[in-house]
Design a protein around this ligand. Structure first.
Ligand code: PLP
Length: 360
């Protein structure tokens, strides 16, 4: 499938350089986007790279009422030698399709996924931060566009990819966060859509997120919906606990998003001498472990922040300090190991990086 590349007004280099400085997250976008259409009759068609612009949608479009939507989040990293690399992008492609299947949406064939991402990132490489800390955030999205208020599967879809520079998650340095553990709200239940990267999960997380902020916490740690006993994830990041030399993370039971970072840490940690384990972790085990000292560290992992140390939990309004409340050794070590691979500063033993080749 051929991608048609249309002309776009391009931002002058000095202006790009200015916008790449302190871009924050998800606010600055490049000049162009990838877009493709799907219908039952034609499948995927009209693949194009066009100027970044609003998308005309019928006010009755499925996505606006019933949230038939899936998305992805990955990054392109600017290496010191000038090359641009993606990190395990095929995993994001597979996950997009798993999300799409759950949401009754068409899947994106691997070659189309690869071509869309690589062609767009190549064209927009001027937007990739080169300060060795920022990255180009890539947001592939698929939406149901059929204008119909009946609750049913859309018969037409749009798939688009937008990109924009993102600064380092912690511009002032690696800092531990405070997390609210809620027993009142749940993010997802087994049998629901928790494993899919789909809009509804995030809509459900907004109110608990706001309450967490009122408690001085930056995010929410959710427990399982059935027993409200086992930790699940943060609603945007997966979690790990370190008990002695063992790294433990909750298993993928269907209500947790299968993170690429989570998977990468499970693969890298044994090389650093840790034992890894996927098993249910009761919140009581965490609170007891924090008090006895058996729980050495806890951290959250995801593409945006890579590894974030959790310094304190707030459990039923009681603060529970983790370790010494600072950034632990393991979190630091894993952060380095992963970012060294992503930025091409260290060995890539599993062949995870993929260079975006210039297309002449
Ligand atoms: C995207 C996401 C993660 C992290 O996944 P990565 O692939 O590591 O970025 C974790 N939880 C939720 C709910 C997510 O949406």
């Amino acid at each position: 499938m051929q991608i048609r590349i249309s002309d776009a007004p391009l931002t002058p280099p000095e202006e790009i350089a200015r916008r790449k400085q302190n871009p924050g997250f998800g606010k600055v976008f490049s000049d162009r986007m990838f877009i493709a259409r799907w219908t039952e009759e034609r499948g995927w068609h009209d693949l194009a790279i066009e100027p970044y612009a609003p998308i005309p949608l019928d006010p009755a479009a499925n996505v606006l009422h019933y949230a038939q939507e899936v998305f992805e989040g990955l990054k392109a990293y600017g290496w010191q030698d000038g090359r641009v690399a993606l990190f395990r992008p095929e995993m994001n492609g597979r996950r997009l399709n798993q999300s799409a299947e759950r949401m009754c949406m068409p899947t994106v064939p691997e070659p189309m996924w690869r071509d869309a991402i690589e062609t767009l990132v190549d064209l927009e490489r001027a937007w990739v931060p080169t300060d060795g800390e920022g990255s180009l955030y890539i947001r592939p999205t698929m939406i149901g566009t059929e204008p119909s208020l009946g609750v049913k599967v859309s018969n037409s879809f749009l798939f688009y990819v937008i990109v924009g520079p993102a600064g380092p998650y912690f511009p002032t340095g690696f800092k531990p966060v405070r997390i609210w553990v809620t027993r009142e709200f749940v993010r997802a239940a087994v049998g629901g859509i928790g494993f899919a990267k789909t809009a509804g999960n995030y809509a459900a997380s907004l109110l608990p997120g706001r309450i967490a902020a009122e408690k001085g916490c930056s995010q929410v740690l959710y427990l399982d919906a059935r027993e409200r006993r086992y930790i699940e994830e943060l609603g945007g990041m997966n979690v790990f606990c370190r008990f002695g030399g063992r790294l433990v993370t909750p298993p993928l039971t269907g209500s947790i998003l299968p993170g690429v970072t989570r998977d990468s840490i499970l693969r890298l940690a044994p090389d650093l001498g840790y034992e890894v384990e996927e098993r249910p972790i009761a919140i009581d085990e965490i609170v007891d472990g924090a008090r006895s000292g058996e729980l050495g560290e806890m951290f959250a992992v995801g593409t945006a922040a890579v590894v974030t140390a959790i310094g304190e939990l707030v459990v039923e309004d009681e603060p529970v300090r983790i370790g010494d409340g600072g950034v632990g050794e393991t979190a630091t070590q894993l952060y380095r190991k992963l970012t060294d691979i992503q930025y091409g500063r260290g060995p890539d033993p599993y062949g995870w990086t993929r260079i975006v080749e210039p297309r002449g």
